[in-house]
Design a protein around this ligand. Structure first.
Ligand SMILES: [Zn+2]
Length: 143
């Protein structure tokens, strides 16, 4: 599994782009890129880990990842999971110029199911494990 994630180095926008390229070619090979897609770290957000939006003017898609994920202590699989999640939205025509496949972006757990079907079950496992501890930590901070 050494090719799936890189652990060394710093996490900057270039690193994010390399993860996006990897995940797209590995797990979404048949999804055509119909517009420009950008990815970058946004502000530090505890709850919103990632998002994708379509700029109506430029017709470009923008994936934003929380600055929290620059922290190397957070497993790279968790960052990959967040990017993979946004890529599923893109593939389904949300915040992309692809045809929309269903009415709501998260209808019936469709994102998780599709990630598993595309072979990203290991990312979902890593995320589930991390988010459990993370939620406990957040809870402690507010008690
Ligand atoms: Zn989503």
């Amino acid at each position: 599994m050494t090719t799936k994630t890189t652990t060394a180095g710093i996490r900057d926008n270039k690193w994010l782009l390399s993860r996006l390229d990897f995940l797209w070619s590995e797990y979404f090979p048949e999804v055509s890129q119909t517009n420009k897609v950008f990815i970058r770290f946004g502000r530090y957000s505890k709850y919103r880990l990632g998002s994708i939006r379509l700029d109506r003017k430029t017709k470009s898609s923008f994936i934003t990842i929380t600055a929290m994920f620059k922290d190397l202590k957070i497993p790279a699989e968790v960052v990959d999971h967040t990017i993979g999640h946004e890529l599923v939205h893109y593939a389904h025509g949300f915040s992309s110029t692809n045809p929309r496949l269903h009415k709501y972006p998260h209808a019936g757990g469709v994102v998780e199911r599709e990630m598993k079907e595309r072979g990203m079950g290991y990312l979902h496992q890593a995320y589930k494990c991390w988010v459990k501890k993370y939620r406990e930590k957040l809870k402690r901070e507010y008690e």
